[in-house]
Ligand binder design. Structure first.
Ligand code: SF4
Length: 423
């Protein structure tokens, strides 16, 4: 029997928000937290942009955003949509606008029509009177085409009018706040005021999603904590400019974890800087793993593996953990297609030696405990807490996969839905 670990920690229930429809995807409290990402191709290069949108989508990005920086890019949006449709993909597409979105959306109406959501940065829509005028133009286009918008405030491009006012007020205060706190207040204030204005200009409250992105974890968390009770719109949550590799992953996981466990976050993006030549879809995989690690959504079976130590001097165990991770991801597509329900939540353990191997393996649905240095050279396979086989190292990987295949077929019901068939 598999040992059930009592859950001692319950996350705060999801914050209630309005629900916003973005093409075929709903965002808001009653819907799963949506994973999204952004391309880094030249949007005007239709072929490359379409290829990357499909790559991100296949990795699990449920919404894809791209920059619309100038007219050539705006004119490429309709062909991008058409090519995706011709290839059989119905993917929500978001246009990211800065400085000239009001012009591009009016001058290239087919772009406004083909996009499913417009990202508006209130810090980058112009200054003084132009600010409100340009912002209103973008809201008017959203109304005309019935599209939602994301009011995406970023502290790197904050509305200076709001910041200056708050700084001035703070300098006169008897208990002044730190400049970091004022910055957070300004980010939140910019978001709240922009939502209010968008509604005043006639956009429906449920046509708006909001984000307040900051690159420092404590300030970013504080901003969303302050923002969440002040508006009713769904929140797009992400740590902006998270960075490269492990730094970006760790910072994003910390920030998103702190917010998601408080019930804050309706759609997430992990903003990783890819290593040169590396796949853009890493950020999608990380976003999914954050949600899955928190038990908020399940995407594909996860492998728990020990870090290894002096008891595992060969690389067999690391190779097996890596091989099984890839194998499970590949098989997941197949199992999904075949309609196995719940298999995405299956837990698999690959352990390096007898110290924690049997114990950890028993807590997973399936586990394998390899022999450490000096141990009896057999690999123990467990299913639902019971040892079911002892195999030789040279066939351990294949044997374990055979057990996994069999486990899926016997433990998950097969429901061949139309959706499963088309995936
Ligand atoms: S399970 Fe064994 S090999 Fe893995 S870290 Fe623990 S002691 Fe080391």
């Amino acid at each position: 029997m598999r040992i059930e670990i009592p859950k001692t920690t319950e996350w705060t229930p999801r914050r209630k928000s309005l629900q916003v429809r973005v093409r075929n995807t709903w965002i808001g409290s009653d819907y799963p937290v949506v994973v999204q990402s952004m391309t880094n191709t030249d949007t005007a290069d239709v072929n490359r942009t379409v290829a990357q949108i499909i790559e991100l989508y296949k990795a699990g990005s449920e919404i894809v955003r791209f920059t619309v920086q100038h007219k050539e890019m705006a004119k490429a949006v309709k062909p991008i949509r058409k090519m995706l449709e011709d290839l059989g993909y119905d993917i929500p597409l978001i246009g990211d606008f800065h400085y000239n979105g009001h012009q591009l959306l009016r001058e290239v109406p087919e772009c406004a029509d083909a996009l499913d959501k417009y990202r508006i940065n209130p810090g980058n829509v112009g200054f003084g009177e132009k600010h409100d005028e340009n912002f209103k133009t973008m809201i008017d286009v959203a109304k005309d085409y019935g599209k939602p918008v994301r009011i995406g405030v970023n502290w790197g491009s904050l509305d200076q009018t709001i910041l200056t006012k708050l700084m001035d007020d703070n300098s006169r205060s008897k208990t002044p706040k730190s400049s970091d706190d004022i910055m957070v207040d300004a980010v939140v204030e910019s978001a709240v005021q922009s939502v209010r204005k968008a509604v005043e200009y006639g956009l429906e409250p449920n046509q708006i999603i909001v984000s307040t992105k900051i690159s420092e974890v404590p300030q970013m968390v504080k901003a969303y904590e302050q923002l969440a009770p002040r508006i009713e719109q769904p929140l797009h949550v992400g740590l902006t400019e998270a960075g490269l590799g492990s730094k970006g992953i760790a910072a994003s996981a910390a920030a998103l974890g702190l917010l998601l466990t408080q019930g804050i976050g309706d759609t997430i993006r992990v903003s990783l800087t890819p290593a040169p030549g590396a796949s853009r879809s890493e950020e999608v995989i990380v976003a999914k793993q954050i949600l899955q690690s928190l038990d908020i959504r399940q995407f594909s079976p996860l492998v728990s593996s020990c870090p290894g130590c002096g008891r595992t001097t060969s690389t067999v165990f690391q190779e097996m953990a890596q091989d099984l991770t890839g194998y499970l991801q590949d098989k997941m597509h197949e199992w999904k297609k075949e309609g196995y329900v719940g298999v995405e939540g299956m837990k698999v353990a690959v352990m390096g030696c007898v110290v924690n191997g049997p114990g950890e393996s028993k807590m997973a649905n399936l586990g394998i405990s390899l022999p450490g240095s000096g141990e009896n050279p057999s690999c123990l396979i467990y299913e639902d807490g019971k040892q079911v086989a002892s195999v030789k190292a040279n066939v351990a990987s294949e044997e374990f996969k055979r057990h996994i295949e069999n486990y899926v077929k016997t433990h998950y019901s097969k429901k061949m839905t139309e959706q499963a068939k088309s995936n």
